[in-house]
Design a protein around this ligand. Sequence first.
Ligand SMILES: [Zn+2]
Length: 214
Amino acid sequence: MTKKIFWQDPYLTELDTQVQTVNGNQITVAETIFYAFSGGQESDHGTIGGYEVLEAKKEGAAIFYTLEDTHNLKVGDNVKICIHWDRRYKLMRLHFAAEVVLELVCQRFPEVIKVGAHIAQDKSRIDFEWSQNISPFIASLQQEAQSIIDSNQVIISAFSDEENERRYWKINEFSQVPCGGTHIKRTAEMGTLRLKRTNPGKGRERIEIYVSEP
Ligand SMILES: [Zn+2]
């Protein structure tokens, strides 16, 4: 198991830890701040022990990092993990914006079925099955989401089941939402929100989400 410090402190950009296993160019570490793709949130970019991480993969409770072939790390080596903070912070803001919009959609239209989400550095998107067109509701959804942002309330992020690494977040407007992503501390960090509807295919609706600096 890899101890996930990115939950405890999602704002940490450097961490000293030890190499736990080495298998060719794939390693694990005792503790990590380097997020691995999951729940639609892309992996971080950065280095471990000075070597570029080419891939971060979550398997059960472990995270496997693929490094450049030239690495010479051994089990027990002390290493520093560094992540690209600009990218991570954008991912965190867009991730939370996507979650808020999805909760608003589900609250207003209980019949929608969520089919996917993707959070990249420049925009996030949520996809759902729905027989109607979301266009007439985009402006009011954007307004509602923005008022949640502007309320600048604290976002609670915690374990619902620590042993099985199940996490949730909570704000006033919604009941607990299960999520193992990395979360900002306050809603205002998202900044100014913009929503755009696109049509990914019959019976499906997509909302693209953009945020600009607070
Ligand atoms: Zn989340």
